[in-house]
Design a protein around this ligand. Structure first.
Ligand code: PBE
Length: 268
């Protein structure tokens, strides 16, 4: 057990997977006897990043591609060592990858993609009339819509920003024809969506990791060691299945996390 009084403030972004991982982190911390608070769904990437840097949070889950392409955009961090160095300069540490990649992708209803003969993002170039609905964060990010449009020379002008959780309903109703997907979303299979191939390789790998403050880790090394039990333990299909429990079966994120920890790590 941790020295009495170890504390951890966990944060999560405003989407299901981030909340599930936040719940796993809080539970693994409590397993060492620490006191954990999970501040759920605080906002988008920038909100979590700034809260961690200001010392309002101790740990949250992030993605390597997001660190490279958005949070350290323009820094050309060539490898993992360079990324770790840039983080260390801000007093932050990063776990090893948890085991899955959650990349952005563009998706459409399978039948519509088939009808229009669309398989690759490049194919969208010949269909300026398509209605796009993109998550608000994607509209603004350095790796998001402006860069993607530029890279692929996309002609669409009808592009709306929306909450990611509403995008799938928009595709179902026909209000939207193309949206940005998160590749571990359970809705991709459940709604029969076609993921368009990123044929120009715009998107990097977005490996899930834990980001934490080094000053906190120095005070609570046992807690960090417990969180690191997640390293390499969540596969891509495993994460999709956890997201499916929460999003399609409406199981609370805390229960989803508890089930995973019990099955995979024997943490009760
Ligand atoms: N992602 C893809 C984004 C959202 C979807 C996981 C890389 C992120 O939170 O950074």
């Amino acid at each position: 057990p941790s020295p009495a009084g170890a504390e951890v403030r966990v944060g999560s972004k405003k989407f299901t997977e981030s909340v599930i991982i936040g719940e796993m982190v809080a539970r693994l911390a409590r397993d060492t006897g620490a006191h954990a608070v999970h501040r759920r769904e605080l906002g988008g990437t920038t909100v979590l990043w700034e809260a961690l840097r200001r010392g309002e949070l101790d740990v949250y889950s992030e993605y390597t591609g997001t660190l490279r392409q958005e949070l350290f955009a323009g820094r050309a961090l060539k490898d993992d060592a360079a990324l770790r160095e840039a983080l260390a300069a801000q007093g932050l540490g990063m776990s090893a990858p948890l085991g899955f990649n959650n990349t952005y992708a563009l998706g459409m209803k399978e039948a519509e993609a088939e009808r229009l003969g669309l398989r690759r993002i490049s194919d969208l170039r010949h269909h300026p009339e398509l209605r796009l609905g993109l998550s608000n964060e994607f509209m603004d990010r350095a790796d998001g819509w402006p860069a993607l449009r530029e890279r692929y020379q996309l002609p669409q002008r009808e592009v709306r920003g929306l909450d990611h959780d509403l995008a799938y309903r928009g595709l179902e109703s026909g209000a939207l024809q193309v949206t940005d997907l998160y590749s571990t979303d359970a809705e991709i299979a459940a709604y029969g969506l076609r993921v368009l191939e990123d044929d120009l390789k715009h998107f990097p790998a977005y490996d899930a990791v834990l980001l934490y403050r080094e000053d906190w880790a120095a005070r609570a090394p046992e807690v960090l060691a417990s969180l690191r039990r997640l390293e390499g333990r969540i596969s891509e299909s495993g994460m999709v299945a956890l997201n499916a429990q929460a999003r399609l079966e409406h199981v609370a994120e805390g229960r989803v996390a508890a089930g995973f920890l019990s099955r995979e790590l024997r943490v009760e």
